[in-house]
Every structure is written in C-alpha cells, then in structure tokens.
Design a binder for this molecule. Structure first.
Ligand code: KIV
Length: 275
C-alpha cells in the first residue's frame, strides 16, 4: 500500500494527480469542510479532497436534512473553504433544487460553485442525471456523481437506509454507475451500500475514482463528515464512522490519523457498511 505524500512538499492536488494516485493504487482521502480554518487544517494534514458537502445543512445550520440548503449558501461556504485551502482538490455539492430542473439550470449552478472556488461539482442520483453529467463535463466542469443513499432524496427513500441490498437494487446501481462513468463523471461517491456492490462498481469502471462512505474498503478512496470522525455530535453516529478524535489527542492528530488509516487500508473496517 502506498503512503501519503509528505504535506510539506505537496503541490496542488489536480484531477490529473488524483487519477495518477488511483492508477498507482494510492487511496484517495476526502473530508467534508465548511469553513476556512478547518479547510486550512485539513489541507495541512494532507487530506486530498475537501468536500463542501450540503451536509452543512445538518452540521452547521441544525436542519433535519440537506433538503433546505440553497445554492446561495453553498456558494458562500465554497468561497470560505477555497480561501482557507492551499493545495487540496475542492468538491462543491450542488444542493437540492439547483440541478433537477434541466441541464441548463445545472450548468448555471455549477458555474456559481466553480466561480466560488470549487474544482469539481457533485450531484446526486443516477439515470436521469446522466445527460446532465455529459452536458457539464463537455463544458469543462469536472463532475463527481453520488449513488447509493442519496440524502437529498431521503423522503423518497424512506429514511437513511442501506441501498442495493437485493439483486435488482444492486443491478440498478451498477447500471447507473456505468452510465455516469461513460457520460464523463471522473469521481463517484458511493454511500451506504454493501461492500460487494461498491467493489463491483469499482471493478466495472476501473478508471472511475469511487469514494466510499459506509460502502466497504474496495473503493478508490473514502470520505467522512468531519464532525462525525471528530465525534462532535449529539446524535447516534453511523456504525461505519470511526472516532479518530479518541485516538488522537487533538483535531490535527485525528485528521492525520484518518489520512494515514485510509492510505494504509486500516480504515474502513471491511465488514461494516450500514448504519
Ligand atoms: O454532503 C455531504 O457531506 C456528502 C457526504 C456524506 C458524501 O455528500
């Protein structure tokens, strides 16, 4: 297993560099980031990708889901993160309602996030999103897709449940992933699915950088919500989250431990993929 690039010498993490890491078998690390100071810290600790996630609806705003988050709020937080960051790759979440209407709306929203400092946009769902992903990538906007548990659809899915458990569900996930990869998605978050399904998605699309969260260890990288891995929470945490704060004596040490554990393959625990 390859080791993390020493941070002191790290150049900007580009899409080319991420693809190189993936090709060489180096795991990609991603953490959510919502403000300048944590962005700076995570970057200095060697996190490869900062995700300005719409999870900020719950973490920062105290909402019950990501649904109320607006594009304007995502632009604001993306700008904050971009100001604090030096070298990490910044992924900005397109919030609910900012890309569902049509591909032109998706382009307009993506331009707003890119102009605020995102290097890539992320959108949720498969099937109907394929045309949008093609439209955006053709126009020079790198796209991260997001399949499995897609939190913006929590009301349609009936809660935060593991996806792709039965054969039909797993087949749909694999088909959607293939279509999105062919449409140009460079990266794909795989959230809450059996590790065997995530492994199949990665095997079906070798060049695609799959980033797992509650999806086992076979993905090209891992993402966690920063506050979850620091155990800054009052609710029940998903089973797949590890308390890195308990292991490290400081936030910086916890983040460095997360990076090291993803890079050396000791996180996540292969057997845990559900809530
Ligand atoms: O918004 C977010 O934080 C996310 C992660 C859970 C992947 O989409």
């Amino acid at each position: 297993m390859s080791q993390a690039t020493p941070q002191a010498s790290r150049k900007s993490v580009t899409l080319h560099r991420l693809r190189e890491m993936h090709a060489q078998g180096e795991k990609i690390t991603m953490l959510t980031s919502y403000d300048a100071m944590f962005a700076r810290l995570a970057d200095e600790c060697g996190v490869d990708c900062l995700l300005v996630g719409d999870s900020l609806g719950m973490i920062v705003q105290g909402e019950a889901s990501t649904v109320p988050v607006t594009l304007e709020q995502m632009v604001y937080h993306t700008r904050c993160v971009a100001r604090g960051n030096r070298t990490a790759w910044v992924v900005g979440d397109l919030p609910f309602g900012s890309y569902q209407e049509n591909k032109e709306q998706a382009l307009h929203s993506s331009v707003a996030l890119m102009q605020a400092g995102a290097h890539m946009v992320k959108l949720e769902g498969g099937g109907w999103t394929t045309e949008t992903v093609h439209f955006l990538t053709e126009r020079g906007i790198p796209v991260c897709a997001h399949l499995g548990l897609t939190p913006q659809s929590v009301h349609a899915l009936g809660g935060y449940r593991i996806q792709g458990r039965d054969d039909a569900g797993a087949e749909t996930l694999r088909r959607h992933a293939k279509e999105l990869a062919q449409a140009g998605a460079a990266m794909m978050v795989l959230e809450l699915m059996p590790s065997s399904v995530a492994a199949q998605v990665q095997a079906d699309n070798p060049g695609l950088m799959t980033i797992g969260i509650g999806a086992g260890a076979a993905t090209a990288g891992q993402v966690l919500v920063l506050h979850d891995m620091l155990h800054v929470t009052r609710g029940k945490l998903p089973r797949f989250v590890r308390n890195f704060m308990a292991e490290g004596g400081s936030i910086e040490d916890a983040i460095r431990r997360y990076v090291a554990a993803v890079k050396d393959g000791s996180f996540p625990d292969e057997s845990i993929h559900g809530y």
